[in-house]
Design a protein around this ligand. Structure first.
Ligand code: SF4
Length: 404
């Protein structure tokens, strides 16, 4: 029997889907992550924006078109937020963002199969393995539904994480979660202690999205002590204006954020600091927005992920006055343009340098791979494994390089 596990949403959903795939395989299903004709569909949904939630609903119809009689099982944030929107579409089973093992138990019961105890570790098949270290968030940013859907931080014990990492064969490991900066706050430890515990791991370690509060000398020293640390810091900003940051319930100022960037560069001079910025949050004035634009140069970002604000029901910002859509769209374009300039400036700054590249994919002409700073580098011909590469010139979405 064939099962589709289709995923929308964030990296955490992808990791969880990978565990669901492993569980279904252990029950005897042939599993794919592509939407195609199958005997059952598991749809792992997202709800971070209204658009993501709409796409999640549409997934049910898309699955039905492939096989109208196959049972559909729905999990993830959109179903946690509003299970009824899926139940009304006649799906077989709806669970939320938590307790996904219950979904596997439902499949096992429906097909009279024995159910694995707990969700297995995610199936890792590529050069980069995502290891989920925590779920949930305690921050309650005023625009975000995630803490209401996933709950407060729940962390895995350090030994459990080390055990999973020991079984992974990929050359790169990414520590991921919803708010990994708060890792350990529920079990009496923290992210610095976890990073410290990885000091003997001889593989590239990359960190998922971070919050400003985690950046200090102790944390950066632990990162620097790793054998192969990837100096890419995705340091969530959201706005360059203090007034907007306050309205967003973000607990830092622009000056504090920039100070954290300076501290990162003092430890890792060539570090890539990447970020998220929201365009057109409620009440954002032209002056506020100009602060978001100017911080891109000041922080010397390597990449900017920009989004237009979309109000989410149930959040603090939902009742605030939204600004007109054309203004949001104009600001989003300005952010995207400025972000693209920053990205090419960062790539130019790497030219002439030699970086360790882990090769991922061959397209018939070039093999692409990533540097520790997450610059995509293309080397002519078929390459495998990893190697030292000289960065020659900007190329496609990254740079062209030459093996040295
Ligand atoms: S830190 Fe803020 S934006 Fe990120 S998941 Fe938590 S509440 Fe949402």
């Amino acid at each position: 029997m064939k099962a589709v596990v289709f995923t929308l949403g964030c990296k955490v959903n992808e990791v969880e889907s990978s565990s669901l795939m492993s569980a279904l395989e252990s029950m005897g299903f042939e599993v794919t992550d592509e939407l195609c004709s199958a005997d059952i569909y598991v749809l792992n949904t997202g709800a971070v924006t209204r658009e993501a939630e709409k796409k999640s609903r549409q997934l049910v119809s898309r699955a039905r078109r492939f096989n109208p009689s196959a049972p559909v099982y729905v999990c993830g944030c959109a179903s946690q937020k509003d299970a009824l929107q899926f139940a009304e579409r006649g799906v077989r089973y709806v669970c939320g963002a938590r307790n996904k093992e219950e979904l596997i138990a439902a499949v096992a019961a429906d097909f009279s199969l024995s159910c694995p105890s707990g969700l297995p570790f995610p199936k890792q098949v590529r050069t980069r393995a995502f290891v989920k270290i925590e779920d949930g968030c305690n921050n309650f940013c005023s625009y975000c539904v995630i803490p209401y859907l996933r709950g407060r931080v729940t962390s895995r014990p350090i030994d459990d994480i080390l055990g999973e990492i020991a079984r992974i064969e990929c050359p790169e490991i990414v520590l991921t979660g919803i708010n990994i900066s708060a890792y350990g706050s529920d079990i009496g430890t923290d992210l610095t202690a976890l990073v410290g515990a990885l000091s003997g791991v001889d593989r590239r370690i990359r960190l998922g999205s971070l919050e400003c509060n985690i950046i200090d000398v102790r944390f950066l020293s632990a990162c620097a002590a790793l054998k192969k640390f990837a100096p890419q810091f995705h340091l969530s900003l959201q706005s360059g204006s203090d007034a907007v940051l306050k309205a967003m319930n973000r607990h830092y100022t622009r000056a504090e954020y920039l100070e954290k960037c300076r501290l990162i560069y003092s430890f890792f001079p060539g570090a890539a600091i990447t970020t998220d910025i929201i365009a057109g949050f409620c009440g954002e004035t032209e002056e506020d927005f100009s602060q978001s634009l100017s911080v891109i140069d000041e922080a010397k970002f390597a990449r900017v992920h920009a989004f237009a604000f979309s109000p989410r029901e149930g959040t603090g910002a939902y009742s605030l006055k939204d600004i007109p859509a054309p203004i949001k769209s104009e600001r989003l374009h300005a952010l995207l343009n400025k972000g693209a300039e920053a990205e090419s400036r960062f790539i130019f700054s790497a030219l002439g340098g030699v970086r360790d590249v882990i090769f991922e994919d061959f397209d018939g002409s070039y093999t692409g791979g990533y540097t520790p700073e997450y610059i995509k580098v293309y080397v002519p011909g078929r390459q495998a494994g990893e190697g030292a590469v000289k960065i020659l010139r900007p190329f496609r979405d990254g740079a062209e390089g030459q093996i040295v």
